[in-house]
Design a protein around this ligand. Structure first.
Ligand code: ADP
Length: 286
């Protein structure tokens, strides 16, 4: 439309003019730092709980090595140790060193602070990592722990944090199971840990048969400092920290009572790797 200058001025007067756009920026460094510290203390609490079991697990290879060395020394002193015998004994010692180093390395990786940058990883690897630590820490000694892994696609986040969440859920399941068995000695405590794919989501579930959570408390278990464990045992932080960690990965953590126990469900968005068609040069090469 062609408008006269006066008409244009009237239009502006009627509608008003956009004079400026204002933006507000907020720096959440302090919040992020506090969250990282909380995650780290929760991790250390898990390692603390496993310390006795891990110490025992590292002591085993040390004992085997001590016996192998004592026998080798005796063999060398009385001249019965031929090269074949020595090779065999040294091989055993090397195996034990590898075993102890693996345990220590896993603890070191688990204990350190998470990187700031996200990464791509398969939840199945985090599940296996968590189960190895839990078994090394002897936390599920009298419990039948079954793993059902589906070969999950990758998700975005930190593998050690998902490992931490799974360990928290396993430790809780273990506590609930041991408590339930005290009341019902005939109970055969079991945990089923499985991964599944549902559409573009990866699902990880921890199911136990300890009787479940009181329906009146179901909504409260993710609250910080909510615990039903005796003073000195429970901090009430495990589930609230786990909830935050799964949230940071763009996922959801929920709980329901089913199959005679509690079922914790982690839902994570799978990362679809976009297919890029090969460049003409690559095509020629192949
Ligand atoms: P904490 O383990 O220190 O108590 P959590 O936040 O990990 O803290 O758990 C909060 C509460 O949730 C527990 O005290 C317990 O009452 C309940 N809970 C968690 N997992 C289970 C489970 N598998 N079976 C029954 N109750 C559970």
């Amino acid at each position: 439309h062609v408008r006269s200058r006066r008409q244009r001025q009237m239009c502006i007067r009627d509608r008003g003019k956009l004079l400026e756009v204002q933006a507000v920026g907020r720096d959440d460094t302090e919040l992020q730092k506090a969250r990282q510290m909380l995650n780290q203390s929760a991790k250390m609490a898990v390692l603390g709980e496993m310390a006795t079991g891990l110490a025992h697990e590292i002591n085993q290879p040390l004992n085997v090595m001590r016996i192998a060395l004592t026998n080798t020394l005796k063999g060398v002193e009385n001249g019965s140790a031929n090269p074949e015998y020595l090779k065999n004994k040294l091989g055993r010692i090397e195996q034990q060193i590898t075993r102890a180093a693996k345990i220590i390395n896993h603890m070191r990786i688990f204990g350190r602070r998470s990187e700031v940058e996200d990464d791509l990883f398969s939840p199945d690897d985090a599940i296996e990592g968590a189960v190895t630590l839990i078994r090394e820490g002897e936390l599920v000694r009298d419990i039948d722990l079954t793993l059902q892994l589906c070969g999950t696609p990758q998700v975005r986040g930190h593998a050690d944090q998902l490992e931490q969440v799974i360990i928290n859920l396993l430790v809780n399941a273990k506590d609930a199971l041991l408590g339930a068995r005290d009341k019902r000695p005939e109970l055969e405590p079991s945990i089923l840990l499985r991964s599944d794919c549902e559409g573009d989501k990866v699902i990880v579930q921890v199911q136990d048969n300890a009787g479940g959570i009181d329906p009146l408390l179901l909504d409260r278990v993710f609250d910080p400092f909510f615990t039903t464990k005796p003073v000195g045992k429970g901090t009430g932080l495990g589930l609230s920290v786990s909830y935050g960690l799964v949230n940071q990965m763009g996922g959801k953590l929920s709980v329901s009572n089913q199959h005679g126990g509690a079922c914790f469900r982690i839902e994570l968005p799978a990362v679809c790797l976009l297919y890029t068609s090969p460049s003409p040069r690559d095509r020629q090469k192949s």
